[in-house]
Structure formats: C-alpha cells, structure tokens
Design a protein around this ligand. Structure first.
Ligand code: FAD
Length: 508
C-alpha cells in the first residue's frame, strides 16, 4: 500500500461490546500508524445489555492488548468459566459439561475417546467426564490456573470469563480513549452513500454534525444502521434450523456457591442460561415464539430464579442468521449488525473478536480492494457456518419428545455440512477435523456423548493395546485427575485472592 492510499480515518458506529472491543483492538494495533479512530454512540439508544459468558479466546485478545487479567476481572466482576453445563438436553434428567479442555490423552497417536469407547462398551468405564480435568474441577467448584508445562495434566484445559457486559464496555472504553479514540455522543439520523452505491461518505447526527471517514465499522447492533439500512447487504435467515427468536433476561441475587461454569438448562420451548458473576447471577430464557409466548416464558424464568430478582425482566427479539455480506464497499459489520446465533455456546463475543482480527490482518487501503472484501467475507462466513452447525447439533441430537418444540428440532432437516459429521461419528467415532474456526474435537465429543450419540464402533487400532494395559492406563489417568483436583483451591477462594471486585460497587 503506498502512503496516499492509506486509510486515515476509521469511524466506528456503536458503543456496545462490539464497538468498544473494535475501538480497543484497532487503536492498539494502529496507534503507531497515525490512523484517526472515532466512535459514535447514542446514550439515548443504549446497548443490548446482555452478553456475559465468553470463550477462552477472549483471554488472548486481552493479553494481546496488554490488559492485566486480575484488574480486568475485578473491574468487570468476572468469574472463571471452565465450560458450560447442559441440563436436560439429550433426555430430561441428563447433565454434562462441555469443557474447555481435553478428554484423557492420546495413546499411540490415537484419539483418547476411542479407548474410552472400547472400555465403555465392555462396561469397564462409565462417563467420559471423569477423564476431563476441567469437568471434574467444575463439578467440585475448584479453580487454578493452567500449567505452561505441556507434560502436566494441569496443561489439559483452558478457561474463559463470565463478566458484567456493562462494566466490560466501560473498561474497554477507558482503554480505547487512553489510546486516542475519540468518542462522539449523538444519534445518527442519516447515512450518506455515494449515488453509484457502496461507498459511505459521512454520517449525520441529530444536531446536524457530519462525521466523515475512509472506513466505517458498523457496530450498531441488530438494526445494522449502515450495513443493512443503507447498503442493503441482505440477511441469510437460519431460523428453520435455530427456531429460538426471543429471550427474556433478568439478573438475580446469588445464593449458591460460585461455580466456574455457565449453565444451559433445556426448557419446553428453548433453554435457560445461568451465568454466575462475583456479585450476582445473570439469567435468561431463550425461546421460540412459535412454540410459547412472552408471558409463559417470563413465568418459567421468574419462577426458577435461585435468588431475588434485581431488575424487571427484559425481552429481546432476534432472528438467527448472518448478513449475506459482512463487508460492503467501505463498511464492515462487526457484532450483532453482522448476524446473530443464539447465545447457547457463548459465541458472539468470539465472533466480534474474529471480525476484528480478520479486519486488522487485511486492513484495507482507501481503494477497498475487492480481494480484501472477498477474503473477509469468506472467513466470516466460515466462522458463522461452523458455529451454526455446532448449535444445531445441541437441538437435533435429542431424544426429547415432550413438547412440540422438541419434536420440531429433533425431526427437522439439518444442513448437509452437519448431517455427514453426525453420521460419521455415529458409525465410526471419528470427529471431522477442520483447520480454522471454532469447536475442535473435544467440543464435538462432549456434545455427542453428552446427548447420547454413542458411536457403533471405535478405531480398530485400539485393539492392538492389550485390554489389561488399556484398563490400567485409564485407571491411572482417572486417578491422576481426581488427586490433582482434590488439591486445588475452590473457585470462590481463588476469586477472592486473585481479583476481588471493589467493595464499593453495589449489587448491580
Ligand atoms: P449493541 O449492544 O446493541 O450496541 C449497539 C450500539 O450502537 C449502541 O451503543 C447504540 O447506542 C449504537 N447505535 C445504534 N443505533 C445508533 C444510531 N442511530 N446512532 C448512534 N448510535 C447508535 N454474546 C456472548 O458472547 N455471550 C453471551 O452470553 C451472550 N448472551 C446473549 C444473550 C442474548 C439474549 C442476546 C440477544 C445476545 C447475547 N450475546 C452474547 C451477544 C452479545 O450481547 C453481543 O454480541 C454484544 O453485546 C455486542 O452487541 P453490539 O455491540 O453488536 O450491539
């Protein structure tokens, strides 16, 4: 890129999690390039105010930005997250944790779960969960940092955070403003697109102020102020696969021991989240309006809270899918403006991060080369499709037949990209590998087995290991995990020592 082609000014539209993460990420990376960054947000409109469970990738985002972890956690009232517990998904009464970590260890280059399968089929082993350190830690409400030594069993897991979304945006705002991002308060009432289309020249605020830029990043939330309303990117609707289209959310007092995981409990027309922070619990029921209504959803949520509600329940509508093009002309959509897949696996903040990373790697010239645009859209499409298929698996791999909702998702046609993965695992125990994108082997294994998709066979190479050696190796692995976890501190104690939230902050 030659100097005159360089982007000089980026305008971020929206100051929710997406806007401020983008501002923090880009100001950190491009501070030295002299690129001016402005962020426009409207207090009058506000943010969506949910989005509190994350994936381990956020740690690396923070690390890259040089953010001190314990300060960040204290300031956002965060807790550690070792995975997600799924209750009542395969059948009512079932429970499993999808952990951020491995099951067992490969033996002779063969995936561990094939060995477990053999022993399980011979009734020599029960749950695969006992071979996952983060699952056992979660069940016993323990936490400690992973080890950097790859030989240690303490290196077999990762972790994420559960955090207060409002405090997180505030934290990132301070970070970005300290690195030169200019915040502009005001409601955008017009987006000026060149007559030939595709290129935004400026946005106009209610007070008539015009804000020009070379690149506009649309972080305006579901409304997609630029990407959809002005540039008509189009929306690919996936609600036939993911029929949940509403949520009701409410925080409540924390009454139980602070566990290091998010919980997703299946309900008659969707599922309910429980996200424990240091000082309160976030709750929400994600449901399909085709199968229930707001009043019943709210009753179910409010009657199942563990402590007193701390606010009025809030309803949010959405449609599963993604923009057909996430980058059009000189506008890139990041966050809810780019699409939304329900929060079952806490993937939205990850997708924000993926968008920021892809954009930073391609940072366009002012000419906006078509190759950059195509590459960004290709990468993000892949990310979205991978998440979509994994989410559909949770609904489709069920034996539940106790409500019209579960009948629908159990019997609905699924995308071919998922159907063949499911078929392969059912027949052979093989998990399809892919190079990029989210959800690697252990995640698929967790959901398959947790939801009763047990393969007919296992890798025949396993039989080369004599049975007694196999059972001994399994017993040793299990014992090592049990002993290791018993010596760890509780999650509550770890939080108290490492990142206590400031006492002066209230309950909300
Ligand atoms: P918003 O928060 O809606 O922000 C939009 C911004 O644009 C605001 O600042 C607004 O003021 C501004 N704006 C809009 N219009 C204008 C205008 N005309 N002029 C000026 N400014 C304007 N994600 C996770 O990773 N984990 C979760 O657990 C999770 N749970 C969720 C639960 C539910 C029910 C939903 C719906 C989402 C959940 N998400 C979750 C997604 C997560 O909430 C979002 O990805 C995240 O909050 C980012 O939102 P955003 O910044 O794109 O949009």
């Amino acid at each position: 890129m030659n100097g005159s082609e360089n982007i000089k000014k980026i305008v971020i539209v929206g100051g929710g999690t997406a806007g401020w993460m983008t501002a923090a990420g880009l100001s950190h990376v491009f501070r030295a390039n002299g690129i001016e960054i402005a962020l426009v947000e409207s207090d009058q409109i506000g943010t969506i105010g949910v989005g509190e469970a994350t994936l381990p990738h956020l740690r690396f985002f923070n690390e890259h930005l040089g953010i001190d972890e314990s300060e960040f956690m204290a300031r956002t009232s965060a807790t550690f997250k070792l995975g997600i517990e799924f209750r009542d998904w395969g059948r009512q009464g079932d429970a499993y944790i999808h952990p951020f970590g491995e099951y067992g260890r490969e033996i002779r280059g063969i995936d561990f779960h094939h060995f477990w399968l053999k022993a399980h089929k011979a009734s020599r082993e029960g749950r695969i969960d006992s071979f996952s350190l983060p699952v056992v830690m979660g069940e016993l409400a323990k936490f400690a940092m992973p080890s950097a030594d790859p030989r240690s069993v303490m290196a077999s897991y990762s972790y994420a955070y559960q955090l207060d979304a409002g405090l997180y945006a505030k934290f990132l705002r301070e970070f970005a403003e300290a690195r030169g991002v200019q915040r502009i308060e005001g409601k955008i009432v017009e987006v000026s697109v060149r007559p030939e289309g595709g290129v935004v020249d400026f946005v106009t605020l209610e007070n008539d102020r015009k804000i020009t830029g070379d690149l506009f990043i649309d972080c305006s939330g579901f409304r997609g102020l630029i990407i959809e309303q002005a540039l008509k990117a189009g929306y690919e609707d996936w609600s036939q696969y993911l029929p949940c289209d509403r949520a009701v959310a409410v925080p409540c007092e924390m009454t139980a021991e602070n566990v290091p995981y998010t919980r997703a409990t299946a309900r008659e027309a969707g599922w309910q989240w429980r996200i424990p922070l240091q000082h309160r619990v976030g709750n929400g029921y994600v449901f399909s309006s085709r199968f229930t209504d707001d009043e019943r959803a709210s009753d179910i949520l409010m009657s199942s809270l563990e402590g007193a509600p701390l606010a009025e329940p809030k309803f949010i509508g959405f449609r599963a899918g993604k923009r057909r093009r996430q980058w059009v002309g000189n506008c890139v959509a990041i966050g809810l403006s780019s699409g939304f897949l329900e929060p079952l696996e806490s993937t939205s903040i990850y997708l924000i991060q993926a968008g920021i990373t892809a954009l930073a790697e391609l940072l366009p010239s002012r000419a906006m080369h078509e190759a950059d645009i195509r590459e960004f859209n290709r990468v993000m499409d892949l990310e979205y499709e991978r998440v979509r298929d994994f989410l559909i698996l949770h609904y489709h791999a069920t034996e539940r037949n106790d409500s019209p909702f579960w009948d629908y998702v159990r019997t609905m046609p699924i995308p071919e990209s998922l159907a063949y993965k499911l078929e392969l695992f059912r027949k052979t125990g093989v998990v399809v590998q892919y190079k990029d994108g989210l959800f690697l082997h252990p995640s698929w294994i967790a959901v398959y087995l947790g939801q009763r998709v047990v393969p007919d066979g296992y890798d025949p190479r396993v039989d080369a290991l004599p049975d007694e050696q196999l059972y001994k190796a399994l017993a040793e692995m299990k014992a090592l995990i049990g002993q290791t976890v018993s010596g760890l501190p509780t999650h509550a104690d770890f939080l108290r020592d490492y990142c206590p939230r400031p006492v002066a902050d209230g309950v909300l």
